[in-house]
Ligand binder design. Structure first.
Ligand SMILES: Nc1nc2c(ncn2[C@@H]2O[C@H](COP(=O)(O)OP(=O)(O)OP(=O)(O)O)[C@@H](O)[C@H]2O)c(=O)[nH]1
Ligand SMILES: [Mg+2]
Length: 367
């Protein structure tokens, strides 16, 4: 899983990147021409910690999420030819975008649009992404029309042209590709393209120290809560205090809890960000356990056992025979694998089994 961090200049993108990856990349001073920062974050999961306490493995390996921190976008960027190519290149592989929106005011850090206005910033970035995608779609539409007039691959080209034109209209009415209804066939046709507005969007609102979030910061956008998740225009959103969280990320592990309590922070932003990425992408965790290693893995909700096994190694998907499966919750409740077996909750699952969050799997395979 890979996440791209985007936003206007000087909003705290690299600060958030440092917070979540525990790196110390230099912040401040306009990174406009710099190469993207890449980093890895461990996915916090208390279930893995508990499993590790039971199995005493040689190694405990959390699931990881990759983060890419790109240069700041500017209003009007999308009109430059290089813009979408550069950004598309940097963000091609990401599964979701985190848009860092600046709420903190600091005279020492000038805002490129000279005032704090979250709604304007959200709209500005969305518009740039839409214009960037529009450039790609227009190019593709033109190309397809040429193919059709030359009778090249006509049937397929006509089908693709239809969906591209539908996307074009959508973007022209200032709507992102995200949320567009696509048939399975259309989804397949679009899979080869990486439209930025087709990716899941998460907002991260960067507040100043001690600053509180109030919905009136977002007047004009829809703000609601669902399953305890803040949704802004339907997009999962977290609020965080960049400066404070940066300090937390640099503390030695054993001092974190006290600092959090002193600051009245329930859960560090790094954890909340990763959780909201899981939520936005609708992915789940499963585990493998043993004396050598206890490990957490990520897979899409709805994936079958062979697909999940493929996250571990492609051989396990190719040679999948069956999976021994039981659930973390049952182990926690009953205390041992034997007790799970006695309760009839230890299963042998075949290729059609859909993996659930918290399942513990042992893959039997043959290659
Ligand atoms: N006061 C205050 N300053 C912050 C906060 N977050 C970031 N900064 C400062 O703002 C400046 C820019 O932060 P960065 O994280 O580099 O911002 P960026 O979005 O990566 O900037 P570019 O990559 O140049 O577009 C730095 O000097 C940070 O220390 C915050 O929450 N409060
Ligand atoms: Mg930066």
């Amino acid at each position: 899983m890979e996440i791209g961090i985007i936003g206007l200049p000087s909003v705290g993108k690299t600060t958030l990147f440092n917070i979540v990856t525990r790196q110390q990349v230099k912040t401040g001073g306009f990174s406009a021409s710099a190469a993207p920062n890449m980093g890895v974050a461990n996915v916090p999961d208390p279930r893995l910690t508990w499993l590790s306490e039971q199995y005493h493995p040689k190694k405990t390996t959390p699931a990881t999420v990759n983060f890419v921190d790109v240069a700041g976008m500017q209003q009007g960027d999308a009109r430059k030819d290089s813009f979408s190519r550069q950004l598309l290149g940097d963000l091609r592989a990401v599964d979701a975008l985190v848009h860092v929106v600046r709420a903190f005011a600091d005279p020492a850090v000038p805002h490129p649009l000279e005032s704090i206005d979250l709604v304007r910033d959200i709209r500005t970035v969305e518009t740039e992404l839409i214009l960037g995608d529009l450039g790609v779609v227009e190019g593709r539409v033109e190309r397809l029309q040429q193919d059709i007039s030359k009778g090249r691959n006509r049937a397929d080209a006509e089908k693709e042209l239809k969906v591209m034109q539908r996307l074009q209209q959508r973007l022209e009415s200032e709507l992102p590709m995200r949320g567009m209804e696509l048939s399975d066939d259309e989804q397949r046709m679009m899979r080869g393209y990486t439209f930025l507005t087709g990716k899941s969007m998460i907002y991260a609102l960067n507040l100043g120290e001690g600053q509180e979030f109030t919905p009136d910061m977002l007047t004009g956008l829809t703000v609601e809560e669902q399953d305890g998740v803040l949704l802004v225009n339907g997009n999962p959103t977290i609020v965080f205090q960049g400066k404070v969280e940066e300090e937390i990320a640099q503390l030695p592990e054993e001092e974190v809890a006290d600092f959090l309590e002193a600051m009245g922070i329930e859960e560090p932003a790094a954890h909340r960000l990763i959780r909201i990425c899981y939520y936005a992408l609708d992915v789940i965790a499963f585990f493998t356990v043993g004396e050598d290693e206890c490990r957490a893995w990520t897979t899409r909700r709805g994936d079958t056992a062979p697909v999940a096994a493929g996250r571990i190694h492609s051989d396990l998907e190719r040679g999948f025979i069956r999976a021994e499966a039981f659930h973390y919750d049952d182990l926690r409740r009953l205390g041992s694998v034997q007790a799970i077996k006695d309760a009839g909750l230890f299963r042998l699952e075949g290729k059609t089994h859909v993996v659930t969050d918290g399942e513990i799997l042992n893959i039997r395979f043959n290659v």
